[in-house]
Design a protein around this ligand. Structure first.
Ligand code: ZN
Length: 260
């Protein structure tokens, strides 16, 4: 029996970048527009957010934008994010506030997954020990220094575990050292596996293509994780969702409509 009652994918920003960032050695020169998502899971034991999107101020305050999205080190350019897309404003559409979030589960610590933590005081924040240890802006500019050290309330986890009944953390390293995907068992229908950045696009899943910029260039590990998620999906008859695929996103229910 799952404890999940409802589930919402939430669009928090969009980002235009070279497709080769999502598909290793493929798509150079082709600009894609990618959704940046957070996922809200309501359960009988509280509410969980998988990822929290970007820090709004680093995108929309010109001094901060200059500092954090400096084109000399950050060649993707900043995402586009509206005030209405900040999580407190999105949660308000459901009559909720950030105080109603019990656990933030971060799949990894890149800017477009962990940046929104600054808007979510009070929640317990789950992160893997090896993700936190490896998150170094010197090695990977998609980590922003103050987002890694800013939260003194990490709940540090090692390996796979059940957050609650029906919500399971699945290890999928490669894109980053401690990357985690999330298994969600809904009250009705097939379970959903949120790949996170283990698979940006449907193409990553179908053609088993690693993302670019893998941790320590371990593209094999990233492909291994994609195969692991695909096998799990096929064994359990679950849907495997890519994370930054605009065409796929457009097939999903439109927030605040929920899955249940
Ligand atoms: Zn990432």
């Amino acid at each position: 029996m799952t404890s999940v009652t409802k589930f919402w994918p939430i669009l928090t920003a969009t980002h235009r970048y070279d497709k080769s960032i999502s598909t290793f050695n493929r798509g150079a020169g082709q600009i894609i527009e990618a959704p940046i998502l957070a996922y809200l899971i309501e359960t009988k034991n509280g509410r969980i957010l998988y990822d929290v999107g970007c820090d709004y101020n680093k995108i929309n305050n010109s001094a901060m934008r200059k500092k954090y999205y400096n084109p000399a080190v950050f060649d993707f350019g900043a995402p586009e994010m509206y005030e209405s897309q900040r999580l407190p404003n999105q949660l308000a559409k459901l009559g909720l506030s950030t105080q109603d979030i019990d656990v933030v589960f971060l799949g990894h610590l890149h800017f477009d997954h962990a940046g929104g933590l600054c808007d979510l005081c009070g929640a317990e924040v789950h992160i893997q020990a090896d993700e936190l240890a490896a998150a170094n802006p010197q090695d990977d500019p998609a980590y922003f220094d103050n987002e890694i050290i800013a939260n003194p309330d990490w709940t540090i986890k090692v390996g796979e575990y059940d957050l609650v009944q029906g919500v399971r953390a699945i290890a999928s390293p490669g894109h980053t050292a401690g990357h985690m995907s999330l298994w969600i068992e809904l009250p009705h229908g097939a379970p959903i596996i949120l790949a996170g950045d283990a698979a940006d696009l449907t193409e990553n899943i179908e053609e088993e293509i690693a993302p670019c910029n893998c941790w320590q260039n371990k593209t094999d590990l990233a492909v291994h994780s994609i195969r692991k998620l695909k096998n799990l999906a096929s064994e359990e008859k679950a849907h495997l969702w890519p994370n930054h695929d605009m065409a796929f996103w457009q097939t999903l229910k439109c927030f605040p409509e929920s899955y249940s």
